[in-house]
Write a protein that binds this ligand. Structure first.
Ligand code: ADP
Ligand code: MG
Length: 699
C-alpha cells in the first residue's frame, strides 16, 4: 500500500486541483457560489468542465456520469457517457465535455419510482450538478455528484431535500447565533459521521442460498451450537482474508477522498463496521453511497459478498448505520458542545431545549425516516434501540436539565474527575463527563447526537433531512419568541425551562432494552410504532407537511409521493421474500427431504428384512416426524401463495403494505418454523444448502 497522505484524494477533483487549473477569478467565483449559492453560469461552468475533462483524461477516464440517488434505492444510479464527439471530416474524434454537460443531464426518469409524482408517459427528469460535493474518477469514469428532479422540479432523490434542509438550518441557525451576539459566523451547517455495519459471507456459499441472493437475508436457518453468546466477536482480531479485503477497500476510499477511519469486528460472527470521519451532511451522504458500492464491489474481488441488509441472520445481531449528527458554524461553534460548565452555556441549553421539543414533536417521523422492511427485525429486539424514540443525555447534562426542571435554572455542573486505575505506571486521565448508552435511539455523546436507528442499507438522506428540518423549525420558533425581548437573559432562561418542561417526557436515561421501558413510555404517551407500515403515515401528518412546506424542504405532494414509494418498497420486499421462500421450499427443501425420508424408509425395510425384529424405532420416529413437518411445510408455503394473492389484490399502497405485513409476513414465520425444525432433524449432508454454521464462521 502507498503512503496514505500521498494517495488520499488522488482521484478527486478537489479545490486544490481546480485552483491550479482554472483562472483565479473562476475559482474565486466557484468558492463563493459553493458557500452562498447563486446562479452558475456558463462563464464559470465551461472553464471548470474543461479543467475537469483534462484532469480526468489524465487519470485514464473515458466516460463521465452524473451520479445521483433516486429515492429510495440504496445504491446510486449512474449512466455513462463517453467523451467521444462526432467524428470530423477526417474521421477523428475529440474529447467532448462542456459546461452544459457538467451542469445538467437528462436521464429518462420513468423507470425510477416516483410515487405518483409523474406519469410514465411524462418521462423527462433532470440531474443537476451539486457543486458542494467534489467530482472524482472511479473505474475510468468521471463521476459528477448531482441531484435528481422531475421535469416540473419535484425532488426524485434523497439529496435534494437534504440540501434544502441544510439551507433551512443555515438560515435559522444564524438567527439563533445572532440572538447571542455572535458576529463571526457566516454559515451554519450540519455534519454527519455515519458508522456502517455489514456482514461478509463467502461467495461460493452465498451462491447456494437463493434467499441471500434474492432477498439479501436468510429466510431459513437456525443457529449452530455457537452464536454470539460468548461476546467473543466484538473488536476481536480480524481474519487475514478479511483484512486483505479491508486494506483494498480503504485504499480505494482514501483515493476517493473518503476518510475511512475506523474498522473493527462487530458483535455478530461475520459482522464488521467501518466509519469515516464526519463531514458536511450532503458530502457524508455521497460518501456513504460510494462506501456501500465499494463494500459490495470489493467483496466480489475477494470471493466474498457484502450483506448490507439489516438482519441477514435470525438469532444474532443485525446491522445499523449509527448517524452521528451535529450542527456547527464556520467560526468553529458547535451547537451541541456543552463546554466545561454546561449550566452556564445558554446557547447549548437553548439548543438542547429546542432539540428536546423537536424530537418529541417528530418522534414518529424520525422513526419512519430510519425505517425499512429490514429494520423491522431490529427495532425493538434486544440489539437495536427500541421503536420508541427517546433521548439519552448522560449524567452531566442530564443533571443540569434536572436542576432546570426543578428550579427554573441550573446553578452547577457535575464533574466526573479522574480515571485512576491505581497502577503507578499507568497515567491518571480525565474522564468523559458522560457514559454511553447503547440502548437509546438518540444518544448524546459529548459533542453530537447519535441517531442509532438508521437502517444499514438505507440512504442517510431521509434521517438527516428530518433532523435538519425539525431543528430549523424549533430554532425559528425560539428566535420568533426571543428576538427583541427586553431582558434577554431572563427570557432565555424562561424559554429553556418552559420548553424542557413541556417536552421532558422524551428524555430517558435508563435501559431502553428493559421490559419496563415500553410500559413506562406508554404512560408518558410516547408513540411505539413497532412496524414501519404504522410509522410511514408520519410523512403526511399535518404537522410534518406544515413544517416541511414552511422551510421549502418538501411539498405535500413530494411527501405523499415518498410515503407511497416507501409503502410500495415495503410490499415489494416482502413479496420477494415470500416468493423466495416458496421457491426454496418447493424446489430445494421439499425434494431434498423427500429423498431423505425415502432413504430412511428404505433403510428401515432393509434392516427389518436382514434382521426381523431389530430396533428401528429411531428411524421410524424420524420418519414420522419429518413426514409430518414435510406436510406442514407444503401447507405453509401454499398458504403464503394465497396470502400474496390476497395482498396484491388490495387497491392502494397502504392497504397492500398492511396486508403484506399482517397476512404474508406472519405466514412466512409459519413456513420458516416448519423448515427450521426440519433442518434440525435431517442429516447435514442431505440438507440442500449451506447452514448458518457454514455461513457465519468465515475465519
Ligand atoms: P463509536 O465508538 O460510537 O462506534 P466511531 O468512532 O465508530 O464511534 O464513530 C463515531 C463517528 O462520529 C465518526 O464518524 C466521527 O467522525 C463522528 N463524529 C465525531 N464528532 C462529530 C461531530 N461533532 N459531529 C458529527 N459526527 C461526529
Ligand atoms: Mg463505531
Amino acid at each position: 500500500m502507498n503512503n496514505l497522505a500521498e494517495i488520499f484524494g488522488a482521484d478527486v477533483f478537489n479545490g486544490a486541483t481546480m485552483k491550479a487549473m482554472v483562472a483565479p477569478e473562476v475559482y474565486e467565483k466557484f468558492v463563493q457560489l459553493s458557500k452562498e449559492g447563486g446562479e452558475i453560469t456558463r462563464e464559470i461552468a465551461d472553464p471548470i468542465a474543461a479543467a475537469m475533462k483534462e484532469w480526468a483524461i489524465g487519470k485514464g477516464a473515458t466516460h463521465f456520469t452524473h451520479v445521483f440517488q433516486p429515492y429510495i434505492i440504496s445504491i446510486h444510479a449512474e449512466k455513462h457517457d463517453s467523451f467521444c464527439s462526432l467524428p470530423n471530416a477526417e474521421g477523428k474524434v475529440e474529447a467532448d465535455f462542456s459546461g452544459k454537460d457538467l451542469m445538467m443531464g437528462e436521464p429518462d426518469a420513468s423507470s425510477f419510482p416516483s410515487g405518483g409524482l409523474r406519469q410514465t408517459s411524462a418521462a423527462r427528469g433532470y440531474t443537476v450538478w451539486d457543486i458542494t460535493s467534489p467530482a472524482y474518477v472511479k473505474e475510468k469514469i468521471l463521476c459528477i455528484p448531482t441531484v435528481f428532479c422531475s421535469y416540473t422540479g419535484e425532488a426524485l432523490d434523497t439529496k435534494t431535500p437534504l440540501l434544502r434542509s441544510m439551507d433551512a438550518v443555515n438560515e435559522q441557525g444564524l438567527r439563533l447565533l445572532k440572538l447571542f451576539g455572535n458576529t463571526t459566523a457566516t454559515k451554519v451547517t450540519s455534519y454527519v459521521g455515519p458508522e456502517q455495519e455489514f456482514f461478509l459471507v463467502d461467495r461460493k456459499l452465498w451462491e447456494q442460498r437463493p434467499d441471500l441472493v434474492y432477498a439479501g437475508r436468510t429466510l431459513f436457518g437456525t443457529l449452530p451450537p455457537k452464536g454470539q453468546e460468548m461476546d467473543d466477536q466484538y473488536f476481536s482480531s480480524i481474519p487475514t482474508r478479511i483484512k486483505a479485503y479491508l486494506n483494498d477497500l480503504n485504499e480505494q476510499l482514501w483515493r476517493l477522498g473518503i476518510t475511512a477511519k475506523t474498522e473493527h469486528k462487530e458483535v455478530a460472527p461475520g459482522q464488521y463496521e467501518v466509519a469515516p470521519i464526519f463531514s458536511i451532511s450532503t458530502v457524508a451522504l455521497d460518501s456513504n453511497y460510494v462506501l456501500m458500492d465499494a463494500l459490495k464491489k470489493t467483496a466480489a474481488k475477494h470471493d466474498l459478498v457484502c450483506l448490507l441488509h439489516e438482519k441477514p441472520y435470525a438469532g444474532v445481531n443485525g446491522s445499523g448505520k449509527h448517524n452521528n449528527w451535529s450542527i456547527g458554524a464556520d467560526d468553529g461553534t458547535n451547537f451541541f458542545k456543552p463546554g466545561k460548565e454546561p449550566h452556564q452555556n445558554k446557547l447549548f441549553l437553548l439548543v438542547l431545549a429546542c432539540l428536546t421539543k423537536a424530537v418529541d414533536q417528530n418522534a414518529v417521523l424520525l422513526r419512519a425516516s430510519a425505517s425499512n422492511a429490514g429494520n423491522d427485525h431490529r427495532l425493538g429486539a434486544n440489539e437495536a434501540p427500541p421503536a420508541i424514540i427517546s433521548m439519552y443525555l448522560g449524567d452531566q447534562v442530564g443533571d443540569v436539565v434536572d436542576q432546570i426542571l426543578e428550579n427554573g435554572v441550573a446553578t452547577h455542573s457535575l464533574h466526573t474527575g479522574k480515571l485512576d486505575l491505581g497502577v503507578s505506571t499507568l497515567p491518571v486521565l480525565d474522564k468523559d463527563p458522560t457514559d454511553r448508552n447503547r440502548t437509546s435511539p438518540f444518544a448524546f455523546t459529548g459533542n453530537r447526537f447519535e441517531f442509532r436507528m438508521v437502517a444499514s442499507s438505507n440512504s442517510i438522506g431521509d434521517a438527516n433531512t428530518v433532523l435538519n428540518t425539525m431543528m430549523a423549525d424549533v430554532f425559528c420558533e425560539a428566535c420568533d419568541a426571543l428576538e427583541g425581548v427586553e431582558n434577554f437573559d431572563a427570557a432565555v432562561d424562561k424559554y429553556i425551562y418552559e420548553t424542557l418542561n413541556a417536552h421532558q417526557r422524551v428524555i430517558f436515561n435508563g435501559n431502553g432494552y428493559s421490559e419496563e421501558w415500553p410500559l413506562e413510555a406508554a404512560k408518558r404517551g410516547l408513540p411505539n410504532k413497532k412496524s414501519v407500515v404504522d410509522a410511514l403515515p408520519a410523512y403526511t401528518y399535518d404537522g410534518t407537511v406544515k413544517m416541511f412546506e414552511k422551510f421549502h424542504v418538501l411539498t405535500r405532494s413530494e411527501l405523499e409521493a415518498r410515503e407511497n414509494i416507501l409503502e410500495e418498497q415495503y410490499s415489494g420486499i416482502i413479496n420477494i421474500e415470500a416468493k423466495t421462500m416458496v421457491y426454496m421450499a418447493s424446489n430445494l427443501i421439499e425434494p431434498a427431504v423427500i429423498k431423505y425420508v425415502t432413504e430412511l424408509a428404505r433403510s428401515i425395510s432393509t434392516i427389518q428384512k436382514a434382521c426381523p425384529g431389530a430396533d428401528t424405532s429411531v428411524q421410524e420416529d424420524a420418519l414420522v416426524k419429518i413426514s409430518a413437518l414435510l406436510a406442514e411445510t407444503k401447507a405453509a408455503s401454499d398458504a403464503i401463495d394465497v396470502a400474496v394473492a390476497y395482498a396484491s389484490s388490495k387497491e392502494d399502497s397502504k392497504s397492500i403494505a398492511r396486508a403484506y405485513r399482517d397476512q404474508v409476513f406472519s405466514q412466512m414465520a409459519v413456513l420458516r418454523n416448519a423448515v427450521d425444525t426440519l433442518e434440525g432433524l435431517v442429516a447435514k449432508e442431505a440438507w440442500p444448502m449451506p447452514t448458518y454454521g457454514d455461513l457465519l464462521f468465515l475465519d
